[in-house]
Design a protein around this ligand. Sequence first.
Ligand code: SF4
Length: 366
Amino acid sequence: MQPEIKAFRDPELALALVQKIKKRASLKARLMEFCGSHTASVLKHGLRHLLPEGIEMLSGPGCPVCVTAQEDIDRAIALAQLPDITICTFGDMLKVPGTYASLQQARADGCDVRMVYSTLDALEIAGQNTNKAVVFLGVGFETTAPTIAASIAMAKDRRFSNYSVLSLAKLCPPVMKAMLDGGEIKIDGIICPGHVSAIIGSKPYEFIPSSYGVACAVAGFEPVDILLAVDLLLTQIESGKPKVEIAYGRTVSPAGNSHAQELLSCVFELAPARWRGVGEVADSGYKIRDTYKDFDAERLFEIKTAPSKEPAGCRCGDVLRGVIKPPECPLFGMTCLPERPTGPCMVSGEGACASYYLFGESTGGK
Ligand code: SF4
């Protein structure tokens, strides 16, 4: 383990923060871990049970695979079924059930679907298979979007004529706004995503405390990072002075990564995007600009699908909005299991249902 990471797993430091947090035993607050990796870390380290009774932790929509709309999953599968196409995708997408099949089933039926670890792998496949159209499924948030943008820019520089991207990438602040506007659940504080914030910085969250009075803290993914963010949030809530703070200073700055931001705005423009559980959200999607239209699978291929339908009984949408906790879904751990998922939240390592199941949280608890 890297020495600098070891400090953020230090049990004594964690315990000191827990003691500090426990001094607010009378405080009642609902905190949302926007990011699925935060939910996984909270559950893995048993942090929920270390917090006072009145502090409730909710998971949010911060899992890119989980929030990909059923229509878009179906479109990706329909694309894979077209002749002479190779689909490249990150592993999590393979098992997500579409309305009629999954990408894994499409592969078993003879479609050329390959799992890759980066967009560079997809470019390499395109370079080696010039007789096939290679399409990368661009699922991700601001963290992954720069690597997708870079692959498009590289494909243009290298004059690739067989590489394109189906851009399903999304931005986080607009969906946070949509959820707060919806007002479905009361949230007192948000643990803002760490990796996303490394790219966009912490400034884009400033509308949350100023317009909605909700506390914000950007957190890393180790137990001490998360406890530090919880402590900052509770201090803000207690004082009645919400703001945006950074509890992940080793990676995140207020302004973020300007090089990545330039790359994003060079290749993409903002467009509406469909989110599972939330619906269409204005300016929350990365659309490929006209300058790069030759690398946009959306424009290159006619993708036809039958009407989409979410899996019967699956409550992923409610989980993603923090309305229910995964064990409240009647299918959780019954017919829906990681090896046989009914919905995407049980597939991805960032999915709340998979995290609850994996770390033995069979009750909603607090
Ligand atoms: Fe969907 Fe399964 Fe989670 Fe229920 S337990 S919400 S079916 S992923």
